[in-house]
Ligand binder design. Sequence first.
Ligand code: MSP
Length: 535
Amino acid sequence: MGSINKQNSRLALTTPLYYVNDVPHIGSAYTTMVADVVARFGRLQGRSVLLITGTDEHGQKIQRTAEEKGLGPQQQCDQIAASFDALWQKLNIEYDRFSRTTATRHQAIVNEFFQRVWDNGDIYLAQKQGWYCVSCEEFKDERELVSGGYCPIHTNKKAEWRDEENYFFRLSKYQRQLEALYAEQPDFIQPETRRNEVLNFVRQGLQDFSISRINLEWGIPVPVDSKHTIYVWFDALLGYVTALLNPESEPTLENALSQWWPINLHIIGKDILRFHAVYWPAMLFSAGISSPGKVFGHGFLTKDGQKMGKSLGNTLDPVDLVNRYGSDAVRYYFLKEIEFGQDGDFNETRFVKLLNADLANDLGNLLNRTLKMANKYCQGRTPDLTGEDIAADHTLKSIGLELSDRVTTAYESLSFNQACEEIFALIRASNKFLDEQAPWSLYKQGKQTEVESVLYTVLESVRLSAYLLSPVIANLSNDIYQQLGFSYDFNNKTQVCKDMPFSQHAQWGFLPAHQKLGNPQPIFSRLELPSENAL
Ligand code: MSP
């Protein structure tokens, strides 16, 4: 079972720490939804989970944005960090730590880390000349630039020439150690194609990189030379470490690393892979710290097949999307529709069709009509049966018994669309089974035992599906569980982790006999197609 070490009951994972030059875009929302699903599945399995997100607040990009808006840089950071947090609440993200790189305790961690690397002889002063993209906060090779000096990622931003004294980190010294890491931990970089890109890059020979800026105020001063501030990426990556500190602990590296290190999984977009898969482990090696478990670089989102961007006027505002459709709908679309690791597209017609087909029809209607029958034929209670009364080769039971293992494999290898696919195979089989068995006519024929068996097996399949889908659509899973007569809350971390053992809830057959059912209410209303497609 791939990605997350099963023996290990502790799971620490991160989203990137997002820049605060602008309000969150759909790309940041995507990574954060994915990370939340991984965290929620971990809690379902009873693991201790630490989900870290946060904001990257230093550097030239933030300083300039604040100046343009006539704000102080800290004011700019506070406003935008709050808008990230607000979106995470709307999207039902259950993070455990929100790391801000302007926090005082972060500065203490950066200073101590810098000192370790300095003491190890890995920092030196030299002249740096090159093309700098402020939007990437990264130097670019001249041959990478497109159409007369523009950044290949920010094609409307001209790279700027820099010629200044910087402190450098001896990345070149760690070439062999990095190659050994990639060989010994073959799944350190995922997916495979991205791993190969990194291996090729490293094979070409690593060059030292500059880790300070001169004449840039908005940053952490270099401890040995206050004319310089620390390069925003050197500072930001350490934000992950700061986040590991317990709130009451002194901000020292020892405290930060004592409980949750190594972080098991960094989830990031493909554009920032090099920082996480090359620079970051080398920095850690220099400071005498082991490397993280895994770095997963996902793909980019497009809209209607086109790259999203302000200049194209086709950005997708995550706040607007959640306001219109609700968090479960948005989460389900991105997790189900996109193969994690590949680029993915948002198209509103496809969005509406998918949600209507899966959540409104296949899942929602199935629950609703089965509950109504249970009201009519079983006095609003689950039939007097348990999973053990049903033969092992029963169509639904036989799928249900294998489902938890299959879905676990899918979630653990971060194949979210596969996890949803597996669960919907049971849901679709349940619909088919119900139609074929037609309990309404069995009832008319006086076959009460058969009616009860059909209703139990379908209700139990819906329950199991709701449980296994809860990392993605916790609110809908709550509604389903509640209508089935349970009183658990999938948004309550402690309850999920401690009071709902995976060994019971993930088993087909857990639905108790004779349980009082709730009122049948549609869980997901059909969505209207966007107007241009309404016909
Ligand atoms: N601040 C750095 C990360 C530091 S981590 C220690 C940063 N921030 S960012 O806000 O610019 O980007 C955050 C994430 O959004 C990155 O993972 C990036 O890949 C992702 N995305 C940006 N545009 C995207 C899409 N169009 N689609 C999907 N993800 C995209 O980089």
